[in-house]
Design a protein. Structure first.
Length: 172
C-alpha cells in the first residue's frame, strides 16, 4: 500500500466516520438457509426420495443448464436444500448434488444403511431379537421413529434399526 492509498483511506474514514462492527459484520441469519421453501412452504432442508430409476442432475434450475451426472437408483434418499420454481436443489449422502425437476422426486421417505451388517430388530432395543441383517447401502422405507430408533422395511422384512446408522433421517 503506497502513501496515496493510505491518505485516501484516512480521508474516507474522516468523512464517513469510524466503522463499527454492526455496520460491516454480516449476521449469522444472513448465511442461514430459509426454514421454509419459497415454492412449497415445506421445511428446508427436508428429505425426499427419488421417484424414478434415472434423474438428470443439473448445474442450475433449468433445462438449459448442463447435466453434471445422473442419479440411477430409484427410492434413493435425497435432501432438498433449496427450491426455485419447479426445481429442487438436492444432495445425496456424500454431499453431492445439483438441481432436479420436482417431478423426479417423491415425498415417500426412505433411508440408506450407512453401516455394514446392521441388525433389524423386532423392537426398538439392542436386546430385542434380530429379524434380519441389512448390508451397507441397502435402501429401506422409513416408518415411525423414536429417539434413537426407526422402523424400517426392506427386502420383505420389517423391524427397528439404530437411527445413527442411517442416512435420510436426522437425529432429532
Amino acid at each position: 500500500m503506497n502513501i496515496t492509498h493510505i491518505l485516501c483511506l484516512a480521508l474516507s474514514l474522516a468523512v464517513a466516520g469510524p466503522l463499527h462492527a454492526q455496520d460491516t459484520a454480516p449476521t449469522a441469519a444472513s448465511f442461514e438457509a430459509p426454514d421454509i421453501g419459497p415454492e412449497t412452504n415445506l421445511p428446508l432442508p427436508r428429505y425426499v426420495s427419488l421417484k424414478v430409476r434415472e434423474a438428470n442432475v443439473r448445474r442450475g434450475p433449468s433445462l438449459t443448464h448442463r447435466i453434471d451426472w445422473v442419479f440411477q437408483r430409484r427410492d434413493m434418499p435425497l435432501q432438498v436444500v433449496a427450491e426455485y420454481g419447479h426445481w429442487r436443489r438436492v444432495i445425496d449422502r456424500d454431499g453431492q448434488g445439483g438441481w432436479v425437476h420436482y417431478t423426479m422426486l417423491s415425498g415417500v421417505r426412505t433411508v440408506i444403511v450407512d453401516e455394514d451388517h446392521m441388525a433389524l430388530r423386532s423392537q426398538p432395543s439392542d436386546s430385542a431379537s434380530e429379524r434380519a441383517e441389512l448390508e451397507q447401502n441397502v435402501i429401506a422405507r422409513l416408518g415411525e421413529c423414536e429417539a434413537d430408533w426407526c422402523e424400517l422395511s426392506a427386502g420383505g422384512y420389517t423391524g427397528w434399526g439404530h437411527k445413527s446408522r442411517l442416512w435420510g433421517v436426522d437425529t432429532d
